[in-house]
Write a protein that binds this ligand. Structure first.
Ligand code: ATP
Length: 255
């Protein structure tokens, strides 16, 4: 029996609408992430991807529809409670705080983990094993890290807290291809530790290189969902989905 049939989806968005002021941006978004899946959310600039992530994390209101984390309705749950409920969000390069060293970040995140000193030390050791660079720079102010190092530190949060859902916005923004290539296996490792991953990514290569499934958004609606490998291996479909909007009947659409 597959996990999908035993456990509820980690995240379920049904007919989600939202926007800013009286301007509607999301028009009935359906998206589902099963346990331990990596799902890419793709789409052109202004499609509404970040807005959807902000609705998921509680930074923008859900106008209508349903948002469930492990079957728990999120609409009345404050953003910090959503973090406690299992959502960890990383926003490309800006998920670290100036004035705190690398070690202070790690210790801060570790202080939220249950399980005592032993669990804490194991997780910190894993961060240093995965990112030896962070061990070297442990006393450095996070604001002075390079873009790649900042992203390493941000990903360390997920290595420490083991969230049910890791949400990453603009993963590769401003990073050299080599750095992106080095970090992708870390996302897979986090996923293998049991975290589902929702990755918002402009680069189709990057997104489809790591994701199990992909959603494509245009003008606030999901216009395609399907297996990432099928999409990656069908350049015509990819072009139609990504560049011009999907041709009628060309792909699956649904939750
Ligand atoms: P990108 O890939 O460029 O980041 P996106 O798909 O993440 O784009 P959003 O940032 O969600 O798109 O933006 C969707 C729409 O909402 C855009 O038209 C944008 O101008 C608008 N928008 C975003 N933030 C605000 C805001 N704070 N106030 C008003 N409108 C906003």
């Amino acid at each position: 029996m597959s996990h999908a049939s035993v456990f509820p989806p980690v995240l379920s968005c049904r007919s989600v609408t939202s926007g800013y002021g009286d301007v509607q941006v999301l028009f009935g978004v359906d998206l589902r992430i099963e346990r331990a899946e990596v799902v890419a959310l793709m789409g052109a600039n202004g499609a509404g991807k970040t807005t959807l992530l902000r609705v998921i994390s509680g930074l923008e209101p859900l106008w209508s529809g349903e948002l469930l984390l492990n079957d728990l309705p999120l609409d009345a749950v404050a953003p910090h409670r959503r973090v406690e409920a299992g959502i960890c969000q990383i926003v490309g390069g800006s998920s670290v705080a100036a004035g705190l060293t690398v070690n202070e970040h790690l210790r801060l995140w570790a202080s939220t983990v249950e399980g005592g000193q032993k669990v804490l030390e194991t997780r910190l050791a894993e961060v240093h094993e995965v990112f030896p660079r962070l061990a070297e720079r442990r006393h450095q102010d996070a604001a002075t890290l390079s873009g790649g190092e900042k992203q390493m530190l941000a990903l360390s949060k997920a290595l420490i807290v083991h969230p049910d859902l890791l949400v990453i916005d603009e993963f590769s923004l401003g990073l050299a291809p080599k750095v992106v290539g080095d970090l992708l296996p870390v996302i897979r490792r986090i996923n293998e530790r049991g975290s589902a991953v929702l990755l918002v990514e402009q680069s189709a290569n990057v997104a489809l290189g790591i994701a199990d499934r992909a959603y494509c958004m245009e003008k606030g609606s999901i216009i395609y969902r399907g297996d990432a490998r099928s999409l990656a291996s069908d350049p015509e479909l990819l072009a139609s989905v990504y560049l011009q909007g999907v041709a009628p009947g060309a792909g699956e659409v649904g939750p």
